[in-house]
Design a protein around this ligand. Structure first.
Ligand SMILES: NC(=O)c1ccc[n+]([C@@H]2O[C@H](COP(=O)([O-])OP(=O)(O)OC[C@H]3O[C@@H](n4cnc5c(N)ncnc54)[C@H](O)[C@@H]3O)[C@@H](O)[C@H]2O)c1
Length: 342
């Protein structure tokens, strides 16, 4: 069945959305909305569709079946709610929004309008990460004990200074944690289950932004496992995200989207390395390898066709935001040991 897609945002990630959409047979880009007329027109010239600066006019464009939202994070709910009320299915970039209250309003609006709502967490579609999820679901790691997740990324000063929204509380909702760390927070919840208790600190150590560029948290999972998590955009030159998961049956280490070690008592079969991700996420926001986004979009289109929820629907997409809110809250709690005991 042919699908007509509207793209919202018109910046960096909209380019990825356009390329991912065009890679799927039967999918056409019918309109692109952005506040930057020049960028939006260029995208339409390269990928098709009618450019719009006026959001209401964009929403009325037909044919259009769904929108993909790639605007600043703090606009996702307002734009998604408006699209849902126009009968359009909504696929929103991570994070779903910058507050759970707004995420809930979007989830409600999609339900009321009977349209599908999905959230883009492309890591969930990566082959090694799916393999790890299967191992965990099969109990190959045994009882989970400990996880160590580090997002030591780097963004140059211009990443923030050239942007009207990145690193702002109003439109980014925070900094390194909610924008970059959210991918790994989502993975931890998806792979290991809910977190029930959090201790945390955040700081602005390098960049000239109002939000944090560094966050550190101690997590207690509902399973009883403990975790340490940290995310930063201040670690020059930027290192691949690393997640080390230890259970009673051994340890698995994930670097970027690759399983680099699986030291388990019952060794699993060797891994397929054919389709690993080529993005340099540790040092750039550009997503040139769009296969992860394509896989998310393919699932979303099937969800529409089969009238079922997408693999990562609004409620799933909300989980990482709820934990991030808890980390921000915990970072404000002043209980700490100021000096080691003499
Ligand atoms: N899944 C991923 O790996 C991934 C990667 C990058 C970005 N993202 C997400 O995509 C969204 C956009 O990120 P981006 O890197 O494309 O940003 P960007 O700044 O490159 O693009 C955002 C676009 O939104 C438009 N815009 C509309 N209203 C605006 C406003 N009020 N203020 C500022 N700009 C406005 C701007 O014209 C801009 O071109 C964010 O939610 C981000 O978290 C996801």
């Amino acid at each position: 069945m042919p699908y007509h897609i509207g793209l919202i945002g018109g910046g960096n990630i909209t380019e990825t959305h356009a390329r991912a959409a065009r890679a799927i047979p039967g999918v056409e880009i019918s309109a692109i909305h952005g506040t930057n007329a020049e960028k939006t027109s260029r995208l339409c010239r390269e990928h098709g569709g009618t450019p719009y600066q006026n959001f209401d006019a964009f929403l009325k464009h037909r044919p259009m079946d769904l929108v993909i939202i790639g605007s600043p994070s703090g606009l996702h709910a307002a734009q998604g709610i408006a699209a849902a009320r126009h009968g359009l299915h909504v696929l929103a970039e991570k994070p779903i929004e910058i507050s759970t209250a707004r995420a809930d309003a979007l989830i409600d609006a999609a339900k009321q309008s009977r349209v599908q709502l999905g959230v883009i967490f492309q890591d969930r579609r990566k082959p090694h990460i799916r393999q790890l999820k299967t191992w965990l679901d099969q109990g190959l790691l045994g009882k989970l004990l400990f996880v160590d997740a580090r997002v030591k990324w780097y963004r140059p000063p211009e990443y923030y200074s050239n942007s009207r929204w990145r690193g702002t509380l109003a439109l980014d909702g925070g900094g390194a944690l909610i924008n970059q760390g959210v991918h790994t927070v989502d993975l931890l919840l998806w792979l290991l289950g809910d977190v029930v208790r959090v201790q945390a600190r955040t700081a602005t150590l390098l960049h000239k932004i109002e939000a944090e560029d560094t966050a550190a948290a101690i997590l207690e999972f509902a399973s009883g496992a403990l975790g340490v998590f940290h995310a930063t955009t201040a670690a020059y030159p930027g290192y691949p995200r690393r997640v080390e998961i230890t259970g009673t049956e051994g340890t698995v280490i994930l670097e970027h989207d690759r399983i680099i070690a699986a030291n388990l008592r019952n060794a699993p079969a060797t891994l397929d390395s054919a389709a690993l991700d080529e993005n340099q996420s540790a040092s750039t926001a550009a997503v040139t390898d769009f296969r992860g986004h394509q896989a998310v979009l393919e699932d979303f289109l099937q969800a529409i066709q089969q009238n079922r929820a997408p693999a990562c629907d609004g409620l799933e997409g909300r989980r990482s935001l709820a934990l991030i809110e808890a980390i921000y809250r915990a970072a404000k709690v002043p209980d700490r040991v100021d000096r080691s005991p003499q």
